[in-house]
Design a binder for this molecule. Structure first.
Ligand code: TYD
Ligand code: MG
Length: 452
């Protein structure tokens, strides 16, 4: 590639384009493509002979690397059982969601467990971090603080200090003097992350990179570095809700999709060990339009309330407002209700919401969504002691879902006495609950709301 031809890179996902365009083909983001300095194309040919690298067998006598627990169970579980030495972890999230707070608390916990920890802030002065630590009651934790954005200086420091864990807050503020681009640009973020990850592997230092999710195209988002690191965690939460969810979307050392639930309080983040109770705690008296879904997040059962409101519409194409669920999935359920059960939603506005700000991605939520929709439309409340789950197929049949026993056990633990679920589900060990097994959606409608 000649030096004069510029390239254009998406600042969200890193896809390279030949020319500028309004929408990225890679991630579908609008106005995220920026001009970028091309990376060097490398040596012209592999003419010279390389060294042959030593090869080893898969079998090993060595024990797996010991994981370091932080003592914050919700965090350790998301990490797959603790921090793996020499691993690279990315923690992404919206600005202001609480990433710095979480990582300061985590670093302090690791330090108290005997790990040598370094916290490098590129956004705040050391005094600011210290003030926050004081507010969180962590001032006594043996954490070394640094405020720096020059990566060369940071790497030199890390090399001299050799900590067990280094937190870099945030990767978008770091810059390398060898890269001719502004801090936060795709090439800087990628180069800085590459240097840090390579350093982590070579020197046996675990690094945690903080990445801001950005809506505009000016600053590169964390997706640019997702493929370089071992573990990707996203810190999510709805503004206005105090719940924060730490979700593993990629983990080379543990199950992905695991979640940790936290609550933002005046004294920082506190862990929520029983999220089901939390998500249901604000439940109103049984009202039409509410259904409790027994779901699984990662390896853990979590009960959530799905709320629906159905009202006559004045619009030519009625509203379908969905929060916390996949709207395509909801449209499918509406279509199945109409086509297989003869219950139309034409001329009706539909609003759906998962209470508490959780996002539910499981197909197992189909039946609870259908239940909430029907309950709202027919103005009939679902019994308050009932949970629902099951996948709805396009034919209107109900399909059993995984981990039925876990779902029922969690529901029973929280005082629920009935469950509506697909027939042929594996229900051993749930003798204390009244199970209503249904083969298809028509049977469900008939039983719950009276046929027709
Ligand atoms: P912060 O960790 O700075 O967010 P990020 O690093 O992701 O940008 O968190 C900032 C928010 O957290 C801020 O709006 C205030 C709130 N917060 C509390 O509610 N309680 C606390 O004890 C702390 C430290 C922050
Ligand atoms: Mg921050």
């Amino acid at each position: 590639m000649s030096k004069s031809s510029p390239i254009f890179t998406c600042s969200t996902c890193g896809t390279v384009h030949k020319k500028w365009q309004g929408r990225c083909d890679g991630c579908g983001g609008w106005n995220t493509i920026v001009e970028d300095t091309p990376l060097s194309s490398g040596p012209k040919s592999l003419g010279a002979k390389g060294r042959s690298i030593p090869l080893t067998d898969l079998a090993t006598e060595e024990a797996p690397p010991p994981r370091a627990g932080s003592g914050i169970d919700e965090l350790d579980r998301v990490l797959g059982g603790g921090l793996v030495p020499a691993s690279a972890i990315l923690v992404g999230g919206d600005p202001g969601i609480g990433k710095s707070t979480l990582l300061l608390q985590a670093t302090a916990s690791f330090a108290r467990k005997g790990l040598k920890c370094l916290y490098i802030s590129g956004e705040e002065a050391s005094a600011q971090v210290r003030m926050r630590a004081q507010r969180l009651g962590l001032a006594q934790a043996p954490v070394s603080l640094g405020a720096e954005t020059n990566l060369r200086d940071i790497l030199t420091t890390l090399d001299a200090e050799r900590p067990d864990l280094a937190v870099i807050d945030s990767i978008q503020t770091m810059w390398l003097d060898t890269v001719e681009a502004a801090p936060g640009s795709v090439s800087q973020v990628r180069a800085a992350a590459h240097e840090l990850v390579t350093f982590a592997k070579k020197r046996g230092v675990a690094v945690i990179l903080v990445g801001h999710v950005t809506k505009e195209g000016q600053i590169a988002g964390p997706r640019v570095v997702e493929h370089m690191v071992d573990t990707v965690l996203y810190f999510e939460g709805e503004r206005g809700h105090q719940f924060r969810i730490l979700r593993a979307v990629k983990n080379r050392f543990g199950p992905a999709d695991e979640i940790g639930v936290f609550e933002m309080t005046g004294g920082g983040l506190s862990q929520v060990t029983n999220p089901s109770a939390l998500f249901l705690s604000s439940r109103d008296t049984p009202a039409p339009g509410s259904a409790v879904f027994a779901g699984i997040e990662g390896t853990r059962p979590v009960l959530t309330e799905i709320q629906a409101l159905v009202a006559p519409s004045t619009l030519a194409s009625p509203r379908r407002t969905v929060v916390g669920l996949d709207s395509g999935r909801v449209s499918t359920i509406l279509a199945v209700l109409e086509a297989r059960c003869g219950i139309p939603f034409t001329g009706l506005d539909v609003f759906l919401n998962v209470a508490g700000g959780l996002r539910v991605n499981e197909p197992a939520a189909d039946l609870a969504v259908a239940g909430a929709l029907l309950s709202a439309r027919e103005d009939v409340a679902i019994p308050p002691d009932m949970v629902l789950f099951g996948e709805i197929s396009l034919s209107g049949a109900l399909r059993p879902v995984g981990q039925t026993e876990n779902r029922l056990k969690e529901a029973s633990k929280l005082g629920f006495q009935q469950a509506t679920l697909p027939s042929r589900s594996k229900t051993s060990g749930a003798e204390d609950m009244k199970l209503r097994e249904m083969a298809d959606l028509t049977a469900f409608v008939g039983e719950m709301f009276g046929a027709g």
